[in-house]
Write a protein that binds this ligand. Structure first.
Ligand SMILES: NC(=O)c1ccc[n+]([C@@H]2O[C@H](COP(=O)([O-])OP(=O)(O)OC[C@H]3O[C@@H](n4cnc5c(N)ncnc54)[C@H](O)[C@@H]3O)[C@@H](O)[C@H]2O)c1
Length: 307
């Protein structure tokens, strides 16, 4: 198949591009390179790379010509970046997605796979594992725009039969991620033996999903038609303190774990508890993420930091 990945030079997109190239697909990457290029050299040489912005309709139309599927992953993300740039965050989400849908109709692309987020659950449902049926509670520009796009895409399925899947990723982590995210940040701090900085009590939990599992789920789901919203979660709950201790142990770091008050602008992102159910993913694909956090962290260490 011919597949466009917007944001394909980013962390998840670059890993997906590598996998799809290896599977024999013809891949187009559209990325503004806002965060540099995470495609490895071999994959980069095998994809058609277009440097451009999803907010430019002409670029998206030209990038999606003759494509069978669009993975729409281009986004502004990272808690501090989004908190400082809410308008740009929403612009990229809303205008970018509108352009992707318009280009899909112009080029007769039948399917859009959209990167949504577990962030849209917000502060809801502390008491339970999050299923897709839980009432969502998006409070940030980022989460609000992601939820808007889930509904916007579903509407195009309802009215025009476009196949749309919104993927609610739960804290994806892996080797070529940058320090906007907590796992690579803690690795960097641990490797430098500098303080590992935890915001708040450290008792807040997250569900960490290893990159290869995330890519596997994306690949399996791209064969399914219809209109779906699907969690991609590891179904395991880890506190941020546990995460910091795991990384400290794997790296044999001398770092101290230091607790800091979270800056006010982070409040809406500082959810106390988040763990997802992948039952729906399992029922649709016969697959769910299985790499445990310690296993995933060890893989990152072995691939990037051990001699
Ligand atoms: N990493 C996670 O844990 C996570 C969790 C939930 C959702 N997501 C979503 O998954 C997708 C991929 O995330 P990621 O971790 O790979 O992030 P990333 O920042 O590494 O990748 C995003 C890519 O989009 C590109 N981009 C940004 N604005 C653009 C624009 N206007 N036009 C074209 N390209 C643009 C960036 O240059 C970057 O390469 C995003 O939509 C993100 O919101 C990620």
């Amino acid at each position: 198949m011919k597949i466009l990945i917007t944001g394909g030079a980013g962390f998840i997109g670059s890993n997906l591009a590598k996998r799809l190239v290896n599977d024999g697909h013809s891949i187009v990457v559209l990325d503004s390179l806002l965060r540099g290029n995470k495609l490895d050299k071999i994959t980069y040489s095998k994809v058609e790379f277009i440097k451009g912005d999803t907010r430019d309709l002409d670029v998206v139309i030209s990038a999606s010509k003759n494509c069978d599927i669009i993975f729409h992953f281009a986004a502004v993300l990272g808690v501090d970046i989004v908190a400082d740039n809410p308008v740009e965050t929403m612009d990229v989400e809303v205008i970018g997605t509108r352009n992707v849908v318009e280009a899909a109709f112009i080029n007769n692309v039948k399917k859009i796979m959209y990167a949504s987020t577990s962030g849209i659950y917000g502060h809801s449902a502390f008491e339970s594992v999050l299923t897709e049926e839980v009432l969502v509670d998006p409070r940030t520009s980022y989460a609000m725009a992601k939820r808007y796009n889930e509904i916007y895409l579903a509407s195009h399925h309802q009215e025009k039969g476009l196949n749309v899947t919104s993927l609610r990723f739960f804290n994806v982590y892996g080797g070529n991620q940058d320090t906007r995210m907590v796992v690579p940040l803690f690795f960097e701090q641990a490797m430098e033996n500098s303080a590992i900085t935890v915001f708040g009590s450290g008792n807040q939990t997250r569900d960490f999903t290893y990159i290869d599992d995330t890519v596997e789920a994306c690949v399996r789901l791209m064969n399914i038609n219809g209109c779906h919203i699907i969690n991609i979660a590891n179904e395991a709950e880890w506190t941020i303190t546990e995460l910091s201790k795991q990384i400290k142990e794997i790296t044999q770091s001398k770092s101290e774990i230091v607790y800091l008050e979270a800056p006010k602008k982070r409040y809406d992102y500082e959810v106390e508890r988040r763990v997802g159910s992948s039952e729906k993913l399992l029922s649709l694909t016969n697959y769910k993420p299985a790499t445990s956090l310690p296993e995933g962290l060890k893989l990152i260490f072995d691939q990037n930091y051990s001699n």
